[in-house]
Design a protein around this ligand. Sequence first.
Ligand SMILES: [Zn+2]
Length: 324
Amino acid sequence: MHHLKAFFSELSGGTGASQASSSYEGKVPIHELSHVPTKAWEKMKVKQTVKDVDPIDPATPISEDHIRFVCLSDTHSRVEKLEGFVPPGDVLLHTGDFTQIGLPKAVEEFDRFLGEQPHRAKIVIAGNHDLTFDMNLVENRRGHLQSQFGIQRSKFEDILEELKVKSSRELLKNCYYLEDSGVSVCGVNIFGSPWQPEFGDWGFNLPRGGPCLEKWDKIPDDTDILLTHGPPIGHGDWCFSGLRAGCVELLTTIQTRVKPKFHIFGHIHEAYGVTSDDQTTFINASNCTLRYKPLQLPIVFDYPVPDGHSKSELDNFPKNNLSQ
Ligand SMILES: [Zn+2]
């Protein structure tokens, strides 16, 4: 959200800090209009393919030679009590914003909800709203969390103590949590990253250009399914304000280096849906609408089980990765 802030930031060409830090030499070039993404897209789109895709019906029977992925995103503590919201499948993905401001009680409730889901593998990344997962904010900008988001000691540190954990992340016991890291499911390589171009000084925000690209440079070349919280430019990123919020260098990384089969994300609630550039299928899986109503149903897709693998491997998928 925070369209006005994004709008004014774009009008002024981004912050000084953004431009000063663009000197990073990354694995792909930084676009000259990286800091004004709507303008960048106007230039880029003449050479781009963007096709709308109809996702498969979640009621389609699940086959033995395909892995059924179920995508959740931006649930914002609004789906935990909804009966039958999550369709059946093999792997449950969540691309961030499971809470409103990352309070431990909300994380605990989300984890309980995850524990109730029958999917054999559950993989989660954080989003800008899951503020207490951003350890830079927690450790170095604690005052910002209190003054801007009202996160007082009584709602955060005291609750962690009561729950006998040291961080919010330790409350996710029913999923495999990714943060600039990956995991393989039946030979399918999945990589997750919570970062997005700055958006009102929330969690996992970075200036456009070099700082974002530094994170995308960590995505391995052999990634099959990419999870990020924010969209790339041009796919699932069109905001109600009329501006595009996607990251230019994320699209360049996807199209010229990583070439994943699927890219799942959320963040821009009103841009829910599926598109393709004929190489990658882009899924904006946001379940909440612009006004935070959980009315956008989970999107599912099937991925062929790679040669030499079988879905029985799902039985051994770790319940969590807390010990790593
Ligand atoms: Zn959201």
